[in-house]
Design a protein around this ligand. Sequence first.
Ligand SMILES: Nc1ncnc2c1ncn2[C@@H]1O[C@H](COP(=O)(O)OP(=O)(O)O)[C@@H](O)[C@H]1O
Ligand SMILES: [Mg+2]
Length: 223
Amino acid sequence: MLIQLKEITKVYRTREIETTALDNVNIGIEKGEFVSVMGPSGCGKSTLLNIVGLLDKPTSGSVTIDGELTSELSDRALAALRNRRLGFVFQSFHLIPTLNVADNVELPLIYRKGVSASERRRLVEEVLEKVGLSHRTRHMPAQLSGGQSQRVAIARAIVGSPEIILADEPTGNLDSRMGAEVMDILHRLNREDGKTIVMVTHNEEQARQTDRIIRFFDGRQVQ
Ligand SMILES: Nc1ncnc2c1ncn2[C@@H]1O[C@H](COP(=O)(O)OP(=O)(O)O)[C@@H](O)[C@H]1O
Ligand SMILES: [Mg+2]
């Protein structure tokens, strides 16, 4: 099992209210699986992805990634695990508006020791080619369509060769044609490069094309 969540509960506390975003969730994901996560708004999907992605910690329960019990790692080791093994794609792209396409994609490599500038350039070219954007390297994010922006975000997510891609409604801001392009890329990354993918989606048809659908309601897994 590549990703193992055991008895995960997440409670958000503000001064007035307590929200149980995840309630005793148990999930195992095998290496190479393409899994979709579905459920109504507010049922805990993003919370789940943030916890799998080590961006947030559960209130209780354990997250194990490739045999490493993450609660036992220092913040530094967690950051290293996140940087090397996990790639993130969000609904709203999260590109840096003041950096061009190539510089946005290069970002995750900047924090990595031992990768020379020429190697970084080579990797950036390679992933931009993979997402069909070799001809847009000097464009600024504002000059791109939504579909192109999301392909840049995918290139940035994979440039450091993570084995896991976490995508939170990656086609949520795209029309159906651009959404289909993004889905094609994710399927290729899964099939050809063996990436393990966990994707939140509201689109039943997209979900049906993945290996497995995990459904949530009110912080709990259903079925
Ligand atoms: N940072 C936070 N502080 C307080 N409550 C939060 C926070 N993030 C999410 N929630 C609450 O947790 C629940 C699950 O949210 P979320 O995981 O974003 O759901 P989804 O992605 O399925 O729409 C919601 O009730 C939401 O309001
Ligand atoms: Mg969400």
